[in-house]
Design a binder for this molecule. Structure first.
Ligand SMILES: CC(C)(COP(=O)(O)OP(=O)(O)OC[C@H]1O[C@@H](n2cnc3c(N)ncnc32)[C@H](O)[C@@H]1OP(=O)(O)O)[C@@H](O)C(=O)NCCC(=O)NCCS
Length: 187
């Protein structure tokens, strides 16, 4: 897909992300206002706002935003340094690549927590550009993420972007859907 959207890509540390938190939540509200997420409390705007606020205080939080030339926030990605004791990560046990486990213990895995693009701007390369900008600028050589197993087009795109699926499927909470876990090895 050729890049057709002129984008300003900006990195935000927790302080500058907090300044645009309302916009970040507003984008989420538009992106997730579709089946099967609309009406599911796990994906509610309030729940997301709480998760985002908690993420601001985690080690290594960063968000990378994409704005069109009129300043509209059309998408973003955010994540943190993976805590090696995070429950979903630990639950995958010996199914995790050994070198990824070692990297996590050394604080060398970035946990990409969210990537989203407004429906009006999808399928024009915005998601890929935000992803690549985020990963390229991170200090951690590894990246991991979880993706709802039937969430397309994301689930199929990540392996094309170099991710390896590992282990069985996981949940982030009893009420959450089921996710595949993936790693992107150091380049
Ligand atoms: C996933 C998401 C971020 C992708 O954003 P995007 O701006 O469309 O991303 P891109 O245009 O870079 O497309 C990503 C890939 O998906 C494919 N794709 C995007 N929209 C598509 C569509 N409607 N039909 C088929 N394929 C599509 C593209 O061809 C591309 O594949 P490639 O990189 O191998 O060429 C966006 O769909 C989204 O916000 N979805 C809802 C939130 C979500 O699921 N986030 C991911 C959570 S793990």
């Amino acid at each position: 897909m050729s890049d057709t959207v002129e984008l300003t890509i900006t990195r935000h540390d927790p302080r500058s992300a907090k300044a645009v938190a309302d916009e970040l939540v507003a984008v989420y509200a538009k992106v997730y206002d579709v089946p099967p997420y609309a009406g599911d409390p796990f994906f509610s705007v309030e729940t997301y706002a709480e998760r985002l606020t908690a993420a601001f205080d985690m080690d290594g939080f960063e968000t990378v935003t994409g704005r069109t030339i009129d300043g509209t926030l059309v998408g973003y990605v955010h994540g943190v340094t993976l805590p090696a004791d995070r429950a979903w990560w630990v639950s995958l046990g010996g199914d995790r690549p050994d070198d990824a486990v070692k990297a996590a213990q050394a604080g060398e895995v970035f946990w990409l927590r969210e990537l989203m693009v407004l429906p009006s701007h999808t399928n024009q390369g915005v998601g890929r550009r935000l992803h690549d900008a985020m990963v390229a600028g991170r200090p951690e050589p590894w990246t991991t993420l979880t993706c709802v197993f039937d969430n397309e087009p994301a689930r199929s795109a990540y392996p094309r972007w170099g991710y390896e699926v590992f282990g069985g499927r996981i949940k982030h909470a009893p009420e959450s859907p089921t996710y595949d876990a993936m790693v992107l090895r150091p380049r």
